[in-house]
Each structure stands twice: as structure tokens, then as C-alpha cells.
Design a protein around this ligand. Structure first.
Ligand code: B12
Ligand code: SF4
Length: 489
């Protein structure tokens, strides 16, 4: 079949992100023998018109639309991407009668709601490689695709009715899975404009943090790739596109123990000089692990700390305590790694005391940077959503397309001003919901100067701190509109 794959993401903040998921889908569909073309809406001046031109030229039978983000997950400056996704679907419908299949992490968080809002023909929840190919094959043969796990459909099937909507089945991520088909995209432009490429070494997460969607999106067990296969992919990327930093998109790279170590040792064995960064958990992040990461080219890690107060960590369902955070932070700084702590303030049970404890502890740890969220985004299917529903604070129907946030009422009035003061005093804090980190123009300028890798690393320099305070903070993102439609629970 002729299949046009469309990446709808136009967000450039904190960086334009290469659509890795869609590149996996492209590779799988191409390997299955389908003719693939790509429309990436990230960079064009008139992306929707470009898309229509591409549709007219390629005449696709199927359009696969990738929706990565539903909103920017930040409060109070929430940016909702749904109107732009609707604009894309409307343009597709106005140009072609091709069948539209929607997927991606954004879609997968709210599949039923998105099916309705976008009036798509099909949707695929979770990992899409196998399901998309199975659907294409069925459409090509004009037969009922049967019980494709994770499939959502608008159409009743002529023979035996609707396919059964089974829960998403975790993807197979074996060494035999084709690597993402980056050559069909302008990957080099993402390196130039976004400062890094991206690679996935595993899927899933076994932890159960109360608010987190990652286990729902990727499965609650790990599916690991072999270290040699991961490093082959990195090596091929460096050869084809020249040396460039890599962000590992895994939920957390340093767990389970041994996986990251295997990749680092393989990078060292091949003497591959590549700078990389990742998300990590403080769990079992000891001196050996930090030193190995630093030797293997790691330039910075984003620690999913959330809080540095034992009671609050427990309420968030974290699997570590404040002491573990302190130790992990020390091991990383001692090893020469840059550390960015991600924090969430205002989750259920938060008090002024727990907020102050976290802020005091973070100050003492002297990390490179801090990204602090005001309030917690409530996603359907998470333990947090279930907890709020059970407590009668939220109805299931209320977690819909309008982004929903929770801020503990006791601290709701106090939090924004307090965090703003903390950020101003420290200089290396980013508050995405209050003061978005960068203006698109400033970020473009830094990239044009040849600065690559995560930009939060620069917050260790006083010039960057001054620059970011005076020039970077403005209430906008590159293509979203601050949205009053969000709900505060
Ligand atoms: C790594 C990551 C980042 C990194 C990316 C670094 C990099 N260079 O790649 C950073 C930190 C920069 C980042 C930033 C942001 N992120 Co982010 N990120 C992730 C994360 C952990 C992994 C994304 C990824 O690459 N996955 C690997 C690929 C292979 O998987 P995938 O894209 O899901 O694709 C699979 C399926 O979705 C499906 N699929 C994809 N497309 C299609 C299309 C079709 C047709 C089909 C059938 C299937 C299909 O098949 C694919 C292969 O199996 C996800 C959470 C997660 N676990 O998914 C959040 C996530 C995508 N991010 C999210 C958000 C909100 C953001 C930000 C807006 C945050 C902010 N305020 O700054 C920004 C936006 C940046 C931008 N320009 O878009 C949200 C999106 C949900 C939402 N609320 O909208 C997620 C889901 C996390 C969450 N809160 O739940 N992010
Ligand atoms: S916050 Fe991190 S460790 Fe916790 S469930 Fe999500 S991905 Fe896993």
C-alpha cells in the first residue's frame, strides 16, 4: 500500500525532537513491503499546506498520523496541542479520502477521546510496529484485521463486527526489530536545531510512581535490547551523520542493573567517543555506576527525583528515600556528571513543610539545574487518577481532553510565588508552567552557535543564568496557545 506517515509535532521547546516512534513505524511498514513517504510538520513555514501538497503528489491509500504530545503538561501555562491536531486532520480530510490511522504517545494516553475528537478511521494504542503492519496488510487484502491488540476503529467490520478492543500489548523490541528508518526523515536538521539525536535501548518501566504514564505507554516490565545492537546503532548514526550527542529516550536508563553497564562497556570497548544524556533513577545509582557512565561519554543525567522529603516521596509512590537522592547526586557530581533534578510540587499530601524540605535539600545538593513543575498532571489509568477517583475528588469522565492538574489545596496559593522566589534566588531553576525556559529565537541562536546537548547544562554558567533570566523566559511555546481549558482539580 502507499502509506504517508505524518509527524504532527511542531513543538520546538525545549528542542525540536526527532520523531523516533514514527521512524520505527516507517521501518516496520517498509520492511513489510509497503511504499512509505514522510510528511514531517516540525520545520516548515506552512506545514499544513506542505502536507496537502505532499498528499496530492503521493496519493496515499493510508495516512498514519503520529501524535506525540497532547499538551505541554505544565501548569498554569498549559499549552494544548489538540486544536493543531484538528487542523491537520481537517486538512487531510479536505484533500484525500485515504484511511487515517492515528498513533503515538499522546494518542495512546487518551485513545477513546482522541478517536472521537479527531474522527480518525483507526487508532493504535501503544507500540505500533506490529499492529500497524497487521492493519495495513488487512486493509490491502480488504479483510477484517481481526483482533489486533490495541486497535481502535470507527468502522463496524462487515463480517463479524467491531474488532475486540484489547488492552495494549507491550511491543517486541528484539535485536531483529528494524532500527528506526531515520534516512526517510531530515535527521541532520534535528541534530542541528535540536542539539542531539535519540536512541531507545529498552521499553517499559517496572516502577509504579503514582502519576506516571510510562508503564502504561511502554508496559510495566522491561524489554531490553542487546548492548551490541544498541551500540551498532549509535556507531552507524555517528558514521552517517557525523559526531553528535545522543539522548537515550528510555524511561530510566540506569535500571535494571547491568543493562546500562553493558552499553557503557560496549561503548568503551569500541572506543566510541559519543556524548550522551538520559533520564535516570537514584535507585542503586552508586559511585561505580556514575563513574562508568562518565567514562563512557555521559555528559548529564536528568534524575526523576520529584521530591526530597520522605513522606512526600512515599505519597508519590517513589521507590527511594531522600537519603538515596543525596547519595546519587553526590556520586554523579563526584564523577563529573552534570545533574538536573526533575521535581513535582503540589501532589496530594504536599505541605509547606515538605515543599521547604525539598527546596532546602536541593539547594544543599548544588545540582547543575532543576526543572520544577507546579502541580501534577493527572492522566487516566495512573495510580494517582485511581486514588483521586476513589476519594471522590475526580470522576472518571472528568479526565478527558482538557488537561487536568492537581495542586494540594493547602499549598495552592503559596506555591507559585514560593517557587518563583526559589528559582530567582538559585538561578539554575526552570519552572515550565510559570516561566517557560526558552524563547524559540534564543534557543535557535544557541544552536546556531554550535551548542549541542541538553541546554540545562549551561545553567551552571553565570552568563547563562543572567541570559535566561532576562531574555529566555516568556509565556509562550513555539506553536501552542496558552490554554484556559485546563482543569485544576
Ligand atoms: C524522551 C522524552 C522526552 C525528551 C526527548 C529527547 C529526545 N531528543 O528525544 C525531552 C526531555 C526533550 C522531552 C520533552 C518533552 N516531552 Co517528552 N517524553 C519523552 C519520553 C520519555 C519518550 C519519548 C520517546 O522517544 N519514546 C520512544 C518512541 C520509540 O516511542 P513513541 O514515540 O511512543 O512511539 C511508539 C508509539 O507511540 C507508536 N507510534 C508513534 N507514532 C505512531 C504513528 C502511528 C500511525 C502509529 C500507528 C503508531 C505510532 O509506535 C512507536 C513505536 O513503538 C515520553 C514518555 C514515553 N515513555 O513515551 C515523554 C512524553 C512523550 N513527553 C511528553 C511531554 C509533555 C513533553 C514536553 C511537552 C514537556 C515539556 N513541557 O517540555 C516536551 C515536548 C518536546 C517536543 N519538542 O515535543 C509527554 C506527552 C504527553 C502529553 N502530556 O502530551 C510524554 C508521553 C510523557 C508523559 N508526561 O506522559 N520528552
Ligand atoms: S517516574 Fe520514572 S521510575 Fe517512576 S514509573 Fe515513571 S518512568 Fe518509571
Amino acid at each position: 500500500m502507499r502509506v504517508l506517515l505524518v509527524s504532527a509535532n511542531r513543538e520546538h521547546i525545549p528542542d525540536p525532537i526527532f520523531p523516533l516512534g514514527l521512524a520505527y513505524i516507517a521501518a516496520a511498514a517498509q520492511r513489510a513491503g509497503h511504499a512509505i513517504d514522510i510528511a514531517d510538520l516540525c520545520f516548515g513555514r506552512q506545514p499544513v499546506r506542505d502536507l496537502q501538497r505532499r498528499i496530492r503528489a503521493f496519493q496515499p491509500e493510508v495516512i498514519g498520523l503520529s501524535i506525540r504530545n497532547v499538551d505541554n503538561a505544565a501548569y498554569p501555562l498549559t499549552v494544548d496541542y489538540l486544536p493543531r491536531h484538528r487542523e491537520v486532520i481537517d486538512a487531510i480530510r479536505a484533500t484525500t479520502s485515504a484511511c487515517v490511522v492515528v498513533g503515538g504517545s499522546g494518542f495512546s494516553i487518551l485513545p477513546e477521546q482522541y478517536m472521537q475528537a479527531l474522527d480518525a478511521d483507526f487508532g493504535i494504542r501503544g507500540a505500533g510496529e506490529q499492529a500497524f503492519v497487521a492493519l495495513l496488510d488487512a486493509l490491502a487484502e480488504k479483510r477484517n484485521p481481526g483482533n489486533i491488540p490495541a486497535l481502535r476503529s470507527k468502522h463496524p467490520w462487515p463480517d463479524n463486527g467491531q474488532p475486540v478492543a484489547a488492552p495494549a500489548v507491550p511491543p517486541s523490541q528484539s535485536a531483529e526489530s528494524p532500527w528506526p528508518a531515520r534516512r526517510l526523515f531530515d535527521y541532520a536538521r534535528y541534530i542541528r536545531r535540536g542539539g542531539c539525536g535519540n536512541v531507545q535501548t529498552k521499553r517499559g518501566c517496572v516502577f509504579k510512581c503514582s502519576y506516571c504514564t510510562y508503564p502504561l505507554l511502554e508496559g510495566n516490565r522491561f524489554q531490553l535490547r542487546a548492548a551490541a545492537d544498541v551500540v551498532d546503532e549509535i556507531e552507524a548514526l555517528q558514521t552517517r551523520y557525523g559526531p553528535h550527542p545522543i539522548f537515550f529516550v528510555d524511561s530510566i536508563l540506569n535500571f535494571p542493573h547491568g543493562h546500562l553497564e553493558g552499553i557503557c562497556e560496549e561503548l568503551l570497548r569500541r572506543k566510541l567517543k559519543v556524548r550522551w544524556s538520559c533520564y535516570a533513577t537514584p535507585v542503586k545509582l552508586d559511585a561505580n555506576q556514575a563513574q562508568l557512565m562518565a567514562r563512557a561519554g555521559c555528559e548529564g543525567i536528568e534524575l526523576g527525583t520529584d521530591a526530597v522529603d520522605d513522606a512526600q516521596l512515599e505519597r508519590l509512590g517513589k521507590s527511594f528515600d531522600a537519603d538515596t537522592v543525596h547519595q546519587a547526586n553526590r556520586h554523579c557530581l563526584d564523577a563529573g556528571l552534570r545533574v538536573c533534578h526533575s521535581l513535582i510540587f503540589g501532589a496530594p499530601g504536599e505541605t509547606r513543610v515538605s515543599i521547604r524540605n525539598t527546596c532546602r535539600a536541593i539547594r544543599a545538593m548544588q545540582p547543575t539545574a532543576v526543572i520544577a513543575m507546579t502541580g501534577v498532571r493527572v492522566y487516566p489509568g495512573t495510580p494517582l487518577a485511581e486514588q483521586l477517583i476513589a476519594a471522590g475528588m475526580l470522576s472518571r469522565a472528568a479526565i478527558g481532553l482538557a488537561p487536568a492538574f492537581y495542586i494540594e489545596p493547602e499549598v495552592a496559593g503559596f506555591l507559585p510565588a514560593y517557587l518563583t522566589r526559589q528559582a530567582r534566588d538559585a538561578g539554575n531553576w526552570v519552572l515550565p508552567g510559570i516561566e517557560p525556559p526558552l524563547l524559540p529565537a534564543s534557543q535557535r541562536m544557541l544552536r546556531a552557535l554550535g551548542i549541542s546537548g541538553p541546554l540545562w547544562r549551561l545553567l551552571r554558567f553565570s552568563w547563562m543564568r543572567r541570559f535566561s533570566r532576562s531574555k529566555f523566559r516568556r509565556s509562550t511555546t513555539s506553536w501552542g496557545i496558552p490554554n484556559p481549558r485546563r482543569t485544576l482539580l
